[in-house]
Design a protein around this ligand. Structure first.
Ligand SMILES: [Zn+2]
Length: 63
C-alpha cells in the first residue's frame, strides 16, 4: 500500500491518498486537489503538472 498525505504536498488538511500503485495514489490526490484546492491547479502548465507528479512520487511512502 502506498500513501501520500495532503500535508506533504503543502496542504493543511488531513487527507491521505492511499492506493496499491503510484498511479492510483496520484489519481486520488489529483481528485482531492481538484475538489478541495482548485487554486493549486489554477494556471498550471504541463511542465508544472509534471513537476507536481514528480513531487508526489518523491513524497509517497510505503505502508
Ligand atoms: Zn487537502
Amino acid at each position: 500500500m502506498k500513501i501520500l498525505s495532503c500535508k506533504d504536498m503543502g496542504g493543511s488538511d488531513d487527507f491521505v491518498a492511499k492506493g496499491a500503485t503510484e498511479d492510483e495514489v496520484m489519481e486520488r490526490m489529483k481528485m482531492h486537489v481538484k475538489e478541495m484546492h482548485p487554486e493549486m491547479m489554477e494556471g498550471k502548465s504541463d511542465e508544472d503538472m509534471t513537476k507536481m507528479k514528480e513531487m508526489m512520487k518523491e513524497k509517497m511512502k510505503d505502508e
